[in-house]
Design a protein around this ligand. Structure first.
Ligand SMILES: Nc1ncnc2c1ncn2[C@@H]1O[C@H](COP(=O)(O)OP(=O)(O)OP(=O)(O)O)[C@@H](O)[C@H]1O
Ligand SMILES: [Mg+2]
Length: 129
């Protein structure tokens, strides 16, 4: 079974998260810049002309499609690396997990788990699957 992790993280945590994922052998990923808000509805800024609400704050969305046997370790790694300090702060982000029906590597036609295998990834390090 394949899953997709969609991790919404702080922009300044992207390098730490990428580094932590590299360390456990998660290779394939993509990310993009997004805007949004959660519980707090953004932040209130005060300027000379009064205060105003910025409701859509910039974040990074990191997308990873992986085999579900690697899901827990990967989610824990992201949480540890994306959290502010020991106890975390509002705005540290969210992780969404989805089922993925299929993956096809265009060059080879490989499908499913095979299509998300990479040299020296988390599975090959553990002796292959
Ligand atoms: N329900 C949602 N659906 C899609 N994206 C969301 C949702 N909630 C939050 N987001 C996105 O996730 C980002 C991070 O949200 P945030 O960390 O502030 O979560 P929160 O639920 O408010 O928790 P906290 O109280 O820790 O701040 C938001 O800026 C937004 O981009
Ligand atoms: Mg919030």
């Amino acid at each position: 079974m394949l899953k997709k992790i969609e991790a919404i993280i702080r922009e300044d945590k992207l390098n730490d998260v990428k580094e932590a994922l590299r360390t456990i052998g998660i290779v394939g990923m993509n990310c993009f810049e997004i805007r949004g808000h959660g519980r707090q509805g953004g932040i209130k800024l005060s300027g000379r002309s009064g205060s105003y609400q910025v409701d859509m704050l910039p974040k990074i969305q990191l997308n990873i499609v992986l085999s579900d046997h690697n899901l827990e370790e990967t989610v824990k790694t992201i949480v540890a690396a994306a959290k502010t300090g020991e106890s975390g702060e509002a705005g540290d982000g969210l992780i969404f997990v989805y089922p993925v029906d299929e993956v096809v590597r265009i060059r080879t036609g490989e499908r499913g788990h095979e299509a998300v295998m990479y040299p020296d990834d988390i599975d090959t390090r553990k002796g292959g699957r």
